[in-house]
Design a protein around this ligand. Sequence first.
Ligand code: IFM
Length: 454
Amino acid sequence: MTTPPRFVWGASTSAFQTEGAAHDDGRTDSIWDVFLRAPGRASHGDTAEVACDHYHRYAEDVALMRTLGLDAYRFSIAWPRVLPDGRGAANEAGLAFYDRLIDALLAAEIEPWLCLYHWDLPQALEALGGWQNRDIAGWFADYAALVARRYGDRVKRFATFNEPCVFTLFGYGLGWHAPGIADTAALHKAIHHVNLSHGRAVDVLRRDVAGASIGAIHNRQPCIAASDSPDDAAAALRLAAYWNDAFPVPQAFARYPSPLQDAMSPYIAPGDMADIARPVDWFGLNHYSPHYVKADGNLIGAGFSAPPADVPRSAIGWPVVPGAFRDTLLDIDSRFRLPIYVLENGTAAEDSIDASGHIQDDDRIRYLKAYAAAMEQAIAAGADVRGYFVWSLLDNFEWGAGYSQRFGIVYVDHATRRRIPKASARWYAEMIAARRALAHATLPHGLTERAAEE
Ligand code: IFM
């Protein structure tokens, strides 16, 4: 057992994927609501209008988390729920929902981890250019200030963005995600304005929340050339620049990675890079598998390839390579020198309810065990990993895949919204309890975990 005392075990979700209540209490459209109205955007025409109905069932969900023994829960705020126009007048009814959620978490002794942005930009701001409009850095800072002042008395853990590489590349570069734009300039402007917004929000959170612990959440996956060809090798380097480095590198080192420097330079104003590279407290990592990359005619010249035949894959075809997780943690540790929190890891699996009403998701348990072991190898080798959050608590709305992919450790019947903990939820709860007991047992007699750390 190599996880340190006070290691944080949690689960993550996001607002758009779970809340539903798309039109309740003054919430307006996000870019995803609008994007999904066009045909063919998500499997089976699925939408997130109701999703897991977490908006109305949050108390049941918090009670479930408590039975699992979670230390922490990561959720995101729906920007269009609290600021229906994206800026200006706040919506009290929307703000009050997160008061209820946060208070329920604290009453259950579960630490709230709040992410400001998990892809659901208010459509009202997209109408003004969205992430392509430089003014968004100010709008995002104002939104961050609203959230900080409202919840900062009870929430200390703040993330600015979840996976900025994914929503910029897929939303503005390749056109697969909302708002469905595929344009080189749009992609580069979006990347820079998201970075600028991150820096501004860090300053606001630091100013307005006493004792804030702030980070950003990055998806990092090794990019491996699909063949020995020089074209595939060059494509892998390009994808790595967009996917792995376009956000953490400027945020930590005040420069863009070299393959992107020329493309980004038209959008950088004097002082921007210093404004982006504001000190943070931790590095949030989302990791699932490595990417296999081939040359492609798309606007970044890089496409996703199937893994080699001998690489095991999950039910949805994602490579299962725990060693890549270990290596990613060690790489982050050596390059960024920050405490690392794994804020998403997990897998979709073939989940079905058996005759006795159970979901025996052995594939997911195997995946989680292998990835937990890889994380422990990284910790044993010196990586400063302080927490692990499974993706996801619930089977939720999986973007373009709609409800066809289930990532939850808790099954959600999408017709009735009934929740049923899967075998993996029981495994996770038992693993957390066992590690906690061991951490206590290894402390010198009479010393609490916190005292030992101090
Ligand atoms: O569901 C997503 C999440 O929103 C962002 N990270 C990856 C997950 C699985 O695809």
